[in-house]
Design a protein around this ligand. Structure first.
Ligand code: SAH
Ligand code: SF4
Length: 425
């Protein structure tokens, strides 16, 4: 989501004549896009600002700006008290950036952090440089108010972009040679445009070009409709991967989190998804150490993971966020205990994914080539429809081609194999 927002900001600045450099020493302006979801994300931003301020000592004219979710929360700290930055701009105020930047270059500080009920930047073409994979924000904000989560406060109310213009944007991406689009939203499946819902949008986006893979993230269990499951299951180029954050396996904790479903409802939803798509890849998010989470609640989460056998799980230590309802609850699970629980969940998940990956040895997977692998220039890397990373010896195909790979080896993060023949979906 932040990559997509940075591309949006890039688009606005490009339209106003700004150029870009990857070299800090050459820059007149440096902008850092921030995330406020957990404390450690914020700590990293402070680290980065320290680095930029050292650069400012060498070049006092350098303008430093903070964008995104930390803006509202930390504006007074950052601009007035710590004097670390010249500019603070929240996620709904990016249109003001060019004006604020010209003033900042004259030495004037600027702050714009108001949230909007309507801003969705529908008319702005993001500055995309990736070439093959594209992120398309279809809605912004969130109205769910889970008690741990700062998103409704930092990104404001839910609003969706018109379906027509999204379909046009995806058509332009396909024309430019993009091969995969990921539809993005904090709660992507609560997308609405008049009578049309997210399932309608997915169907229309997938119809733009059948050689284009379509993904989406993140979906809230409450809005995972039967219709949406049907559309994913029956549309060939919609990837069979559903990221469905469960957060906890304990009904008591889910209630205190205001997640609006019970473990049993979640379980039934998984059953419905798997019966429509037996091969689906299911991934999830877990928070460990939410206020009052007892060892028995943690065990319930472990049991749920054993039962469902997710294809992957992201686990986070609970991090108290100002303004949220949980901020008022006592953060009573000790840091060390949170760490232990996260580790146990990660180990359990690791074993499950390893088992699933090993089961794929001998099968043939269609892979979209993303480019040279990180470790060796002689290998390529790409992903399967179900979002598994595959590494294989370089073929004559290039980035953006589909290749059929027979899987020969696997660890819990990666599949390894070799090409059996060129193929297109
Ligand atoms: N809208 C998505 C989640 C977006 S935030 C959903 O509802 O499923 C991504 C993940 O960050 C969440 O699923 C949650 O697991 C984690 N997260 C959010 N707030 C957190 C907090 N205060 N502490 C720890 N993890 C948190
Ligand atoms: Fe945060 Fe997701 Fe809950 Fe919205 S639905 S409040 S983004 S966790």
């Amino acid at each position: 989501m932040n990559v997509a927002d940075s591309e949006l900001v890039g688009g606005i600045l490009r339209d106003h004549g700004y150029g870009f450099t990857g070299n800090l020493g050459d820059a007149d302006i440096v902008l850092v896009n921030t995330c406020a979801i957990r404390e450690n994300a914020e700590q990293r931003v402070y680290g980065r600002l320290g680095l930029f301020n050292r650069q400012k000592k060498k070049n006092p004219a350098l303008v430093i700006g903070v964008l995104g979710c930390m803006a509202e929360r930390l504006r007074t700290n950052l601009v007035d008290r710590e004097k670390l930055v010249d500019l603070v701009v929240g996620p709904d105020e990016y249109r003001k950036l060019p004006a604020l930047l010209s003033r900042a270059l004259e030495g004037e500080k600027g702050v714009a952090v108001r949230l909007s009920r309507v801003e969705h930047y529908d008319d702005i073409e993001p500055l995309r440089t990736e070439g093959i994979l594209a992120w398309v924000s279809v809605m912004r904000g969130c109205d769910k108010f889970c008690t741990f989560c700062v998103v409704p406060f930092t990104r404001g109310r839910e609003r969706s972009r018109p379906r027509r213009s999204l379909v046009d944007e995806v058509a332009r991406l396909a024309d430019r040679g993009y091969k995969e689009v990921t539809l993005l939203g904090q709660n992507v499946n609560s997308y609405r445009d008049g009578d049309e819902d997210f399932a309608d949008l997915m169907r229309d986006v997938a119809a733009v070009d059948r050689s284009l893979r379509v993904r989406f993230t993140t979906s809230h269990p409450e809005d995972m409709s039967v219709k949406l499951i049907e559309v994913i299951a029956t549309t060939e180029n919609i990837c069979k991967h559903v990221h469905l954050p469960v957060q906890s396996g304990s009904d008591r904790i889910l209630g205190r989190m205001n997640r609006t479903y019970s473990v049993d409802q979640y379980r039934r939803l998984v059953r419905r998804i798997r019966s429509a798509m037996p091969e689906v890849s299911l991934t999830t998010d877990i928070i460990s150490g939410f206020p009052s989470e007892a060892p028995v609640d943690h065990e319930m989460t472990m049991d749920l993971l054993r039962e469902i056998e997710f294809d992957g799980a992201y686990t986070f230590k609970y991090s108290p966020r100002e303004n949220t309802k949980a901020w008022a609850m006592v953060d009573d699970v000790p840091e060390e205990e949170k760490g232990m629980r996260v580790m146990q969940i990660a180990e359990l998940q690791h074993a499950t994914t390893l088992k699933q990956n090993r089961n794929l040895i001998g099968t043939v997977e269609r892979v979209l080539v993303e480019g040279p692998s990180k470790k060796t220039e002689t290998d390529y890397t790409g992903r399967t429809d179900r979002n598994r990373t595959v590494v294989f010896p370089r073929t004559h195909e290039g980035r953006g081609d589909y290749v059929d790979i027979r899987i020969e080896r696997a660890n819990s993060a990666t599949l390894f194999g070799r090409r059996i023949g060129e193929a297109r979906p």
